[in-house]
Design a protein around this ligand. Structure first.
Ligand SMILES: Cc1ncc(CO)c(N)n1
Length: 259
């Protein structure tokens, strides 16, 4: 993402809606007949914290993974911790299912759980073995602090708050990795195929399955965010920012081999 792109998307989205679904707090919009009504979308969360989002998507770990220069030990450390991370994230989607009151919310949670269990974790275990990490080793791994901090933050946010709080806490994960794969594919420095030992990682996140899960998560969030007040949006923004910063720490953990 260029700086100009970031700037041009920093405005909150305003839409003139023909229906009345946003008007349930009459005093919030005193001149509502004359003015465009503000509604929120997922992009507004990213645009509320552009520096954090960019630092996550375009992190040094990501660039090095894209151009193939990443240290193999850093990647192996990251892969092991990501296995532990994915197990906790699967639990978080199960919590989303538990917190769902409608069939469509249940399906959305199921889709997230399925993307993690069937697509990511499956591939992840095979991928780990190609990098010399056995399932037995994975089963014995201690969690690094960055893994503990991020996953337990998401689970706690979901337990404390409602379904939307939980999905917003999960969104940097679901949306970020899909966006990272797409961003890498726009960069000249990125090497694909046999020239890059990390090519299969990019392949996993550019895959139709993952990209579709990401789009469906964005669509669900857009629908929910359309109805929130500015105050509620601010609260959700803080959750989004925290989770994005914890993603940055996760990359740092990989680079520094920290435990
Ligand atoms: C740390 C982290 N964030 C996001 C994803 C994508 O699911 C992942 N596998 N690991």
């Amino acid at each position: 993402m260029t700086k100009a792109d970031t700037e041009s998307r920093e405005q909150p989205s305003t839409h003139c809606l023909s229906d009345n679904r946003l008007y349930d707090t009459p005093n919030a919009y005193p001149n509502r007949e004359q003015q465009a009504i503000m509604t929120y979308q997922f992009d507004d969360l990213k645009n509320a914290y552009p520096e954090e989002w960019q630092a996550y998507i375009e992190h040094r770990f990501v660039r090095q993974l894209g151009d193939g220069s990443l240290a193999p030990d850093a990647f192996r450390h990251y892969l092991k911790q990501d296995y532990l991370f994915l197990i906790q994230f699967a639990r978080a989607f199960a919590l989303a299912a538990y917190k769902s009151a409608t069939m469509s919310d249940l399906r959305q949670a199921k889709e997230g759980l399925q993307a993690i269990l069937d697509t990511e974790l499956d591939l992840h275990i095979r991928y780990c073995s190609e990098w010399g990490i056995s399932e037995a080793e994975l089963a014995e791994l201690p969690e690094a602090r960055a893994t503990l901090a991020y996953t337990r933050y998401v689970l706690d946010t979901g337990n404390r708050g409602d379904l939307l709080d939980l999905h917003v806490a999960l969104s940097p994960c679901m949306v970020g990795y899909g966006e990272i794969a797409n961003w890498l594919n726009t960069r000249q420095e990125t090497r694909r195929g046999e020239a890059n030992p990390y090519d299969a990682w990019i392949e996993m996140y550019e895959s139709d399955e993952f990209q579709e899960a990401m789009q469906s998560e964005i669509a669900w969030l857009n629908e929910q965010l359309a109805d929130v007040s500015p105050k509620r949006f601010e609260q959700l923004g803080r959750i989004f920012r925290d989770a994005t910063r914890l993603e940055i720490d996760f990359w740092e953990m990989g680079l520094n081999l920290s435990d």
